[in-house]
Write a protein that binds this ligand. Structure first.
Ligand code: ZN
Length: 683
């Protein structure tokens, strides 16, 4: 006998329960009914993503996906706390207000509060997810006090015998003072990046103390170093610099234990023996925080290729740490897009050819490019630092020696990319910023292929290429490491996109996709990406610094030959590529230099390249671009709500089938996650 158990995200054995994603949830299945955008506020557009052919997966694959999806959602609180130590306190206060506030919910101030709440949910905290700057509420301090005092006191996250007024007074400056905790990540040259950053990776220690601490434990001659500092907070105990590891029974223990619980179910449902073993290692690592076990896990995970369902779950990316050591928690659950994966397979099969023909100094090429496994996947669930703002491509693991010895896995997130592309079409953006009709037509015809290829090549062969000189400290580039690494991958993709090899192996019909990418890249790096930056601010984010540095460097180097031209027309600035072949040559030259910088750990040259070309914005141009962009009424950032998984279980509680429903209520999903996946204390 089958028992039908419907749940949102948690399988409650033996209980029939339906959990919607919120009051305005509606189901959408037919193609023509599918509306991607579900919410819009400030600079954010929230979309939903489809799960193509999910129903064609086997019961076993769906069950596995479901357990991994639960594990992906259970670490949400960890990221909030990593981003800033009072984020959970703030979120719980906001949730209490939304659920219980007894006052007028139709007023402008209440609407401003809801907008603020949506922004905080989107950013997993009070700092902008992309710029890392704190955003301040669009309502008054008095109104905040009114909201808190008008809510159910039992729901407020009060500390011990704290009064409601005391909570309000504590939170008010944190929310409203623009100077206090102003930046989540501060990489401004010359500042103590640790004390000036508001993230929660370090407390009561200076940059110098942290550098000294890690220098004392890391052995630079170790050919297989663990990822020092990846999974711990650094603070002082009795005046001594100490690491507090994130693990079961330790910091973030209650959330990690829930992740482990679901990973254990996933392990039992794994699709192969090696995948089972790999999940066992991940569980051990969460229990011990042992970085050696983390490396063992990654070696195994990198080797487990070709599976129809795969995942990312752990402390992975270090963009949130100005020192580039501590990783934010993230998770993705994914299944393979078989057709599109043939394209990445072609790139991967030729990885060695690309490496051998790369313009970098031969001593910094890899003699043997190992197992750059690439696939095109569809996302089934996003968690932690991949939710709601999702990447479009991911290449892991990050450890240099594991990449060299065991290879890496690279994925392009097809359904996420598709949702963004469909929404972007017809937005008027190209008509405003492209130089001429030919450029627009080329983008319309080849844009999708060209973007997909660029992402694939960036991930599959770009990041995987090159090697360090013997004895180079992998952390030598410090705060410039991330943008330089992105440049390396982008330049590798840009350089080879126009290589005759591409047509020869059947990836492109002609040079046109490469030209579309060159137009797009230069336009974006020079002009359009700065719509994401506030007037007067510098570029901070690694990928943006990368694109700006590349566009400005090749512009300057090609100036004498007019390779790229800046054209003024009716008071509007455009960029135009005059010579694609020469531009390709410049990409190659720059790739050679960036690889040299990485291989030799040349901090001074890396710094100079980023600071000179990647950080500053021409103020006059910025104002012009912002004004043109504002007229289009678009949101510069997008993110996603997750689907809901409805499980059907047998009498023993085993998941027999999973059905997908699409959520169209962004705030509803956030509130639901706050109830179901909150395992850490506010204080
Ligand atoms: Zn990258």
């Amino acid at each position: 006998m089958k028992k039908y158990i419907l749940t949102g995200m948690i399988a409650l054995m033996g209980t029939a329960l339906f959990i919607s994603c919120g009051p305005s949830e509606r189901k959408e299945t037919a193609d023509d009914e599918f509306t991607y955008e579900v919410d819009r506020f400030e600079d954010i557009s929230v979309l939903k993503y489809r799960l193509p052919a999910f129903d064609q997966l086997t019961a076993g694959e769906k069950e596995f996906i479901y357990y991994l999806s639960e594990a992906a959602l259970c670490g949400r609180d960890i990221l909030w706390d990593q981003n800033f130590k009072y984020n959970l306190l703030i979120r719980k206060t906001i949730e209490a207000i939304i659920d219980t506030y007894g006052g007028d919910r139709e007023s402008d101030e209440y609407r401003a509060f809801i907008t603020y709440a949506k922004r905080v949910f989107f950013a997993n905290g009070i700092h902008h997810h992309y710029s890392n700057d704190k955003f301040v509420p669009g309502f008054s301090e008095d109104y905040f006090a009114q909201l808190v005092s008008g809510s159910d006191v039992a729901r407020l996250p009060l500390a011990g015998d704290q009064t409601v007024d005391e909570l309000t007074s504590f939170l008010t400056p944190i929310l409203f003072d623009p100077v206090l905790y102003a930046k989540k990540v501060d990489q401004t040259e010359g500042t103590d990046m640790i004390t000036s950053s508001a993230n929660n990776f370090y407390e009561g220690v200076t940059q110098a103390e942290v550098e000294e601490y890690y220098a004392s434990i890391a052995d630079p001659s170790d050919p297989r170093p663990v990822s020092w500092g990846l999974n711990s907070k650094v603070t002082k105990i009795d005046g001594k610099v100490t690491e507090i590891p994130w693990k079961s029974g330790g910091m973030y223990g209650p959330a990690i234990e829930r992740i482990v619980l679901w990973l254990e179910k996933a392990r039992d449902a794994a699709l192969s023996e090696t995948q089972k073993e790999e999940l066992g290692l991940l569980i051990d690592y969460y229990r011990t925080a042992d970085l050696g076990t983390w490396d063992d896990y990654n070696v195994m995970w990198a080797g487990n290729t070709g599976l129809s369902v795969d995942y990312i779950n752990g402390f992975i990316e270090t963009y949130g740490d100005p020192m580039g050591m501590k990783a934010t928690w993230e998770a993705v659950v994914q299944y393979k897009d078989t057709e599109a994966s043939k394209r990445t397979a072609l790139i991967t099969e030729n990885a060695q050819w690309f490496e051998d023909h790369s313009p970098v100094d031969p001593q910094y090429r890899k003699e043997k490019v190992t197992g750059v496994a690439a696939s095109v996947i569809n996302v089934a669930m996003l968690g932690g630092d991949c939710y709601p703002a999702s990447p479009l491509g991911i290449n892991l693991p990050n450890s240099n020696w594991i990449r060299a010895e065991a290879g890496s896995k690279s994925v392009t997130l097809a359904n996420i990319t598709d949702a963004k592309d469909i929404v972007a079409r017809g937005s008027g953006f190209m008509e405003e910023f492209a130089f001429d009709r030919a450029e627009i037509d080329r983008a319309v015809t080849y844009g999708s292929l060209s973007d997909a290829l660029h992402t694939d090549m960036h991930e599959c062969i770009g990041h995987a290429s090159g090697k360090l000189a013997p004895g180079t400290d992998p952390n030598a580039l410090k705060n410039y490491a991330s943008p330089l690494e992105e440049m390396r991958a982008d330049l590798f993709a840009l350089y080879f996109m126009m290589d005759p090899k591409m047509a020869e192996i059947g990836l492109v019909p002609s040079d046109e996709p490469a030209k579309a990418q060159y137009d797009n890249y230069i336009r974006n790096g020079f002009l359009t990406q700065i719509v994401r930056i506030q007037p007067g601010k510098d570029i901070e984010q690694a990928h943006m610094r990368c694109r700006s540095a590349i566009a400005h460097w090749v512009y300057e180097k090609g100036k004498a030959e007019n390779v790229i031209e800046v054209v003024k027309r009716d008071g509007k600035t455009f960029v135009r590529v005059n010579d694609y072949e020469k531009l390709r040559g410049l990409f190659g030259e720059m790739l050679k230099e960036v690889q040299r910088i990485k291989s030799e750990g040349d901090f001074a040259a890396g710094k100079e390249m980023i600071e000179n070309y990647g950080v500053k914005i021409d103020q006059e141009l910025h104002a012009e671009i912002l004004a043109r962009y504002a007229k289009l009424n678009l949101a510069p950032y997008s993110g996603f709500v997750n689907p809901m998984m409805i499980t059907i279980t047998d009498r023993n509680g085993r998941v027999k089938d999973v059905q997908i429903e699409y959520c169209s209520d962004y705030l509803g999903q956030m509130m639901e996650y706050g109830k179901k996946y909150s395992f850490l204390q506010a204080w």
